[in-house]
Design a protein around this ligand. Structure first.
Ligand code: SAM
Length: 437
């Protein structure tokens, strides 16, 4: 591999005798992996588990497979999987993923939350925030709000609010060089310290959003000490934090002069590059008093939603119902009013109010476990191929007309209407694809 000028020298100085093995590892193929999604009711068994992880496997899953399309798996290389594993929120916690797109850490954090508590997944780029929404929806995470904000604007709303903040910071991306060689185009000797300036700026806002006793997990996909240990040292010097040691599993090595942190190098750890540190906040933050988010539905809308809920769901969904235009969302409880923020996903999208009726969303049919829904229709591989291409599906029997959750290998793939023996197509136009035989 042809490295940018200055890169080899830098890592020879940092790694000494190990530099040769480190640089040679770039000639190996990048490691592919995925996580299974414990939020999905029907599981599939895979082989080649990543040791010491609850959900990780080595290997590739096609983006056109039922496992991917129903959100049963999320592709993510092994080192990146370690960040949310270090954070490991408990169900019920209030969690912020501050730089979240495309959603690798957020989906994993949502898996740990298991539907209880809330996750604010934030992404500053609106284009990337859209991809993040799509990935969170496919994962079926119901208690997630996606914001499209800068850290300083978020900090105005969420002072002293979060039990856990993950900052997977924008960085010089050296750890991605093997997987995406064009990441090298941006690199220069000065680039890591430029990134470090931005990282400190974001962290200043992150700190103000921590609740007393809250935790901060900081990670990058680079090996540059300027963006890693030096950032953590700056945090320790500037604020009241204590390091929580990261367990060095699967070939992680201690941080440079910072044994509590972890580095992942491809010549030690089967994966790409990553740094992670875990801190506990010992300071006291101002907490903003806030008006909680309130429901804003008209009587007619409440009754249309309740009719749908009664007819199709086995249990009531908990949360705050909010309507935007004709779109109905379910916000996790306990959030401040988000009116001043740019929102990409106002909680779980339940559906659309049309003239005197309610139409369930694709996202709702992905998020509900089949055991929560009264009627579902399982479609098999041949019909799956037709359905994702946008075609209607002919059923082998005539069923009562109405909405059914579409099931593929026991997991939801949205809702669709049945008339007689036809399953109409409600697979979103923007997501349709053809599977080649
Ligand atoms: C390493 S990526 C995040 C990857 C993501 N956590 C995941 O696991 O899928 C860093 C993200 O930071 C965002 N970013 C860039 N500048 C930022 C800023 N000033 N404040 C907050 N986020 C920023 C980028 O758009 C990018 O999506």
């Amino acid at each position: 591999m042809q490295f940018p000028e200055g890169f080899v020298k830098k890592y020879e100085a940092i790694l000494g005798d190990e530099a040769r093995a480190f640089l040679a590892s770039f000639d190996d193929e990048a490691v592919s992996a995925f996580r299974i999604n414990p939020l999905k009711e029907s599981q599939v068994s895979f082989s080649d588990a990543i040791p010491n992880t609850p959900w990780g496997y080595y290997g590739k899953v096609s983006g056109k497979s039922p496992e991917h399309v129903t959100g049963l798996v999320y592709s993510q290389e092994p080192a990146a999987q370690m960040v949310a594993q270090v954070a490991q929120p408990k169900p019920g916690m209030k969690v912020l993923d501050l730089a979240a797109a495309p959603g690798g850490k957020s989906t994993q954090l949502a898996a740990y939350l298991a539907g209880e508590g809330l996750l604010v997944s934030n992404e500053i780029s609106s284009k990337r925030a859209k991809i993040l929404v799509e990935n969170m929806e496919r994962f079926g995470a119901s208690n997630v709000v996606v914001t499209n904000e800068s850290a300083d604007r978020l900090a105005k709303v969420f002072k002293g609010y979060f039990d856990l903040i993950v900052l997977d910071a924008p960085c010089s991306g050296e750890g991605m060089f093997r997987k995406q060689p064009d990441a090298m185009d941006y690199w220069s000797v000065e680039y890591p310290s430029q990134c470090a300036d931005l990282q400190r700026e974001i962290l200043e806002d992150a700190v103000t959003m921590l609740a007393d006793g809250g935790r901060l997990v900081y990670s990058t996909c680079t090996w540059a000490p300027e963006e890693n240990e030096e950032i953590i040292q700056w945090l320790l010097d500037s604020y009241d934090f204590e390091l929580i040691p990261v367990q060095h599993i699967n070939g992680m090595v201690p941080g440079i002069d910072l044994p509590e942190a972890a580095r992942m190098y491809p010549h030690h750890f089967k994966g790409e590059g990553q740094f992670v540190a875990h801190l506990q906040f010992r300071g006291e933050n101002k907490v903003s008093k806030f008006k909680p988010s309130k429901s804003n539905l008209s009587r007619e809308q409440i009754s249309l939603w309740q009719d749908f809920e009664k007819k199709h769901l086995k249990e009531k969904l908990a949360g705050v119902l909010q309507v935007f235009g004709d779109q109905l969302y379910l916000l996790p409880e306990g959030l401040p009013d988000l009116g001043k923020l740019r929102i990409a996903r106002n909680g779980l999208h339940l559906g659309t109010f049309k003239k005197k009726r309610f139409e369930p969303s694709f996202a709702l049919g992905l998020a509900l476990k089949p055991s929560q829904v009264k009627q579902g229709i399982e479609i098999h591989q041949e019909d799956f191929v037709k359905y994702v291409a946008g075609e209607t599906v002919q059923l082998s029997e005539t069923l009562p007309n109405g909405w059914y959750q579409v099931l593929v290998a026991g997991n939801g793939l949205g809702f669709a209407k049945v008339t007689g023996n036809t399953l109409k197509n409600y697979f979103p136009k923007g997501l349709r694809f053809k599977v080649k035989n």
